[in-house]
Design a protein. Structure first.
Length: 463
């Protein structure tokens, strides 16, 4: 009796089972890929349409910066704290919104060119310090592509201004606690041979408090013009001005005093309010007479230059800043033709000048010199070009027939003047606080609402 051969072999069952597994896996993988793509697509759409995250980070930055002590770990000799995490996060979010968003601010090509050049310079000779500065630059400049589109609406801008002023009051009050001895100082300096504490709002350096005041004083003046007399907002703004004036004095930051004073002169001068400038000047003269002895010691670096006592030959001028400037210029000059154009990629000058200095310095105490050293002549020219564009557009908008545009133009011009003055002895673009709001206000001006006619006026008439 014969039997028919079995058409199914043992290996056929395994192959069929493996095929089913493969098909199921492919289906699941495809579904996962589709789901991931859909989730990313939804996230990008939310980033483009939602202004909540932009508003949150910009309005609460003074509080975020108070967490600088919360160090989680170190990566390439750089501290990872909430400030660093937020900086990286806003870079990613702003870049996604900028790339996939349809609206771009005017002159965005200049900002892209500056960021591209800085990135190329750092990658050509990567260092931990250079990467750290690059992330800081990106975190602030990236808001140029998004903030203006959100804050160009007057109601949102007003709400942002009030909340930012309220959050800045927190470090202002902490600064007074430091001055009263209720909180320890973070920063100490030498004045007339004595160690003196300088208030900082519990930030690492008083300069960060000065940066916040440089941006919030014009914002407070903007809100003061619109608040009703006797209203709760007027009372709040009066308290803010009083707090800010006291804290600015206790920071003992000379350049900060000059920068804020220049902002006030520009603000009131543009509105032909000369009496306020006159009374303010008289008040400063009275204070100078009352504290002549103390001010003469405090401004000794300036008086040494005026009287010819400064030693320019060895760079012993401006409390040693002249020596540092010589060191950075020497480091830049030794870089060679390529580095003259694109820079060394960081702000660390390793210098050996026989008889003068032999050290490594990472604070040039001049932002223009720092940018020249880090990103070369090309980077400095791009940065100066941006400052010129910001000034020109701010002045142009300040002559607008639309009150909101006119006032936002004034905020940008005043803030820009303060930052430029501070750049002569400090490095605002190296500090996230110093760079964020400059590009935010510039973005508001470049993203001004369409359909609103502005008066075409020249710089002379705008002044």
């Amino acid at each position: 009796m014969s039997s028919l051969p079995n058409p199914i072999h043992p290996t056929d069952d395994a192959a069929s089972f493996a095929g089913r597994i493969e098909g199921t896996s492919a289906a699941l993988g495809g579904a996962a890929a589709v789901g991931t793509f859909a989730a990313l697509h939804g996230l990008v759409r939310w980033l483009i349409k939602s202004d909540a995250w932009i508003f949150f980070f910009l309005a609460t930055k003074p509080l975020i910066d108070l967490t600088w002590r919360w160090e989680f770990l170190q990566v390439f000799n750089q501290r990872v704290n909430p400030q660093a995490i937020v900086a990286v996060l806003v870079v990613v979010l702003n870049c996604l919104a900028a790339v996939f968003g349809r609206r771009k601010p005017r002159y965005s090509a200049l900002v892209v060119a500056l960021l591209g050049l800085a990135t190329f310079s750092v990658l050509l000779s990567p260092t931990s310090w250079g990467m750290n500065e690059l992330i800081r630059l990106f975190s602030g400049a990236s808001f140029f592509f998004t903030a203006g589109f959100v804050l160009r609406d007057k109601k949102k801008f007003d709400r942002f201004a009030v909340i930012l002023l309220a959050t800045v009051c927190v470090p202002l009050i902490l600064s007074l606690f430091q001055a009263a001895g209720l909180l320890p100082y973070e920063y100490w300096d030498w004045l007339d041979g004595l160690e003196t504490g300088r208030v900082s709002g519990t930030y690492q350096h008083p300069l960060e408090m000065v940066f916040f005041l440089v941006y919030t004083v014009p914002l407070a003046l903007y809100r003061w013009e619109q608040a009703e007399k006797g209203s709760g907002e007027r009372i709040f703004l009066a308290a803010f001005f009083l707090l800010g004036a006291c804290v600015l004095g206790f920071t003992l930051h000379r350049a900060g005093w000059i920068a804020i004073a220049a902002e006030l002169v520009i603000w009131f001068g543009s509105k032909r309010q000369m009496k306020k400038i006159l009374f303010g000047s008289l008040a400063l003269v009275v204070l100078a007479v009352l504290f002549t002895g103390w001010l003469s010691v405090f401004f000794e670096p300036v008086t040494e230059i005026v009287t010819g006592e400064a030693d320019f030959a060895t760079g012993n001028v401006m409390r040693g800043r002249g020596l540092i400037w010589i060191a950075f210029l020497n480091s830049y000059a030794n870089g060679g033709p390529l580095r003259w154009v694109i820079g060394r990629g960081d702000s660390v000058a390793q210098v050996s000048l026989p008889g003068i200095v032999d050290y490594a310095e990472n604070e040039p105490h001049n932002d223009f010199l720092r940018i020249l050293h880090a990103y070369g002549l090309a980077g400095l020219l791009l940065y100066l070009g941006l400052l010129f564009v910001f000034l020109r557009e701010g002045l142009r908008l300040r002559g607008s027939g639309v009150p909101f545009q006119r006032r936002t133009g004034g905020i940008l011009v005043s803030s820009l003047a303060g930052i430029v003055l501070l750049s002569l002895t400090t490095e605002p673009m190296r500090y996230p606080t110093g760079i964020w709001y400059l590009f935010v206000f510039a973005s508001v001006v470049m993203f001004r609402a369409p359909g609103l006619k502005t008066a075409a006026v020249g710089i002379a008439r705008a002044l």
